[in-house]
Write a protein that binds this ligand. Structure first.
Ligand code: GFB
Length: 311
């Protein structure tokens, strides 16, 4: 990677910032563009920026993302923004001779009732989970765009499908957050307030798999060197737990000793979305961070940044 100019699109987000951390010290020259410098929704601006900065490689980590409630309340943002951002970036890469591009999708691209663990071949074999269909459709389009550019132009572009992510730089806004940062913040605030209970949305019986974002960044660099096919490749840890078990573990890490109160009027979403990581482990990569360690690191970061994150 020494001497390569690598554009990390979305470097201020949780995923993009982890990729920048991972690339630091590799000899790559990392290129980033803040929102005031480059509006990724503006096709002409993206083409001009990429043509001017001439990256050799690109990570498409920029996206509109959020938890189950955020997905349900902002369908246009999740569909339109993500379609436009990925299209602008992938096409600008093509027009400017970018050699290697890694597009990031999501495990929600697979059908709601896909057999578990979900294999890459499950794509487009059944109906999607309604609570995240807008995001899923945009990400499926991105996967297909990558495949189309490979087929028509022979570009070495690939798509990685991460499972639910968490870690340093996560979004702790309760209306927008995914379950893990939301429960961490709620447990922390309940502890500080001396509250007796903690509200958990849904039934708590659905299952999720969680990957520490720095492990994801490591997997992406590994894939850059070891994967060059058109189809998506799953990135996960290969094990999941129920939302109840997750809430209990978070309470332990945070030190909240009250009871959990489940609000079944809130949506559960997909019953289960465990990724089959056989393809990735067959290439020789495995996640390193146990969930408890990742939670401790995330809580430490939350405490250090609490004032800013509570806004
Ligand atoms: O992480 P999450 O928002 O989204 O919710 P998904 C996962 C599960 O946790 C759902 C429950 O069953 C929620 O009802 N949950 C419990 C909570 N308490 C809370 C809480 O306080 N906040 C939140 N947010 N959830 C997302 C998609 O689906 O997965 C995205 O919406 C993306 O588009 C992401 O694909 C990976 O895991 O259901």
């Amino acid at each position: 990677m020494t001497g390569k100019r690598v554009f990390v699109a979305g470097h201020r987000g949780m995923v993009g910032s982890a990729i920048v951390r991972r690339l630091t010290g590799t000899g790559a020259e990392v290129l980033t563009a803040g929102r005031s410098e480059l509006d990724l929704l503006d096709q002409a601006a993206v083409r001009t920026w990429v043509s001017a900065h001439k990256p050799d490689e690109m990570y498409v980590a920029a996206a509109t993302v959020g938890g189950i409630l955020d997905n349900a309340t902002r369908p246009v943002d999740f569909l339109y923004d993500n379609l436009v951002i990925e299209t602008n970036l992938i096409d600008a890469a093509h027009r400017n001779g970018v050699e290697r591009l890694i597009f990031l999708g999501s495990s929600c691209i697979y059908p709601k009732m896909a057999p578990q663990p979900m294999n890459e071949d499950a794509l487009l074999t059944g109906p999607l989970e309604p609570t995240n269909q807008w995001y899923a459709i945009a990400k499926i389009a991105g996967v297909k765009l990558v495949q189309a550019y490979r087929e028509q132009y022979g570009h070495r572009y690939i798509s990685a499908m991460p499972t639910n992510l968490y870690g340093i730089g996560d979004n702790f806004n309760l209306q927008r957050a995914h379950v893990l940062p939301a429960l961490m913040r709620k447990a922390h605030e309940a502890k500080v307030a001396g509250a007796e209970s903690l509200e958990v949305w849904g039934t708590g019986t659905v299952r999720r798999e969680f990957l520490f974002v720095d492990d994801l960044a490591d997997a992406l660099v590994f894939l850059r060197d070891n994967y060059d096919e058109g189809g998506p490749i799953n990135v996960g840890v290969g094990e999941d737990l129920s939302i109840r078990e997750l809430a209990e573990l978070i309470c332990e890490v945070v030190g909240f000793r009250g009871v959990l109160q489940f609000d079944a009027s809130k949506p559960d979403g997909t019953p289960r979305k465990l990724l089959d990581v056989g393809k990735l482990s067959g290439l020789g990569w495995k996640a390193r961070t146990p969930l408890r360690d990742g939670l401790q690191a995330t809580y430490k970061w939350y405490l250090e940044n609490e004032g800013r994150l509570r806004k």
